[in-house]
Every structure is written in C-alpha cells, then in structure tokens.
Design a protein around this ligand. Sequence first.
Ligand SMILES: [Zn+2]
Length: 92
Amino acid sequence: MVKGVLCPHCANGQPMNYHYKKWHCPRCKWVDQDALKKALKDYRLLVGPKLTNKGFREFFAIDSPNVAYKLLQQLPLKADGTKKHRQYWIME
Ligand SMILES: [Zn+2]
C-alpha cells in the first residue's frame, strides 16, 4: 500500500508535501489544494471509514499533530469523542 497524498501527475506514487496550506510535489512541482480530499477516498477504500489523528498522520506522512488537527477540521468528517479519544468518520 502506498501511503500519503500522492501526486496525480507523477508515476510510481510520488508523495506530496504539505506546505503553506497546499500540497506540493517535490518531483514535478505540481501544487494541489484538493489532493487530500482525493487521498481521503483512497484511505476509506484501503483502511476503512474510521480515522484518528495518529492514524491520519501515519497514513498521510504528517509530522505535526497540530497540522493534522487543522487538516482534519477542513475535511468532510464526522467527529466523535473528545481530545485524545477523538475519532473521525469519513462521510460518503
Ligand atoms: Zn508530481
């Protein structure tokens, strides 16, 4: 399984880096704002509808829990529980 937000223009699943609210491909320099929404669909198919901050960071290769939190807030997710026990559900 290839993890991360992958560049739609590069072969072999080139992972993109999150930087200044956009996803950047280090190989072809493609910049994408919605790459994560597409990646979320892949996550749902590959892993399932449930997400946690930790699982999100592992899958999308994001180091910072704060950045992960901010990204999670922007996505069409249903949140459940509080703080550390917070879980997110990916909507259809
Ligand atoms: Zn690329």
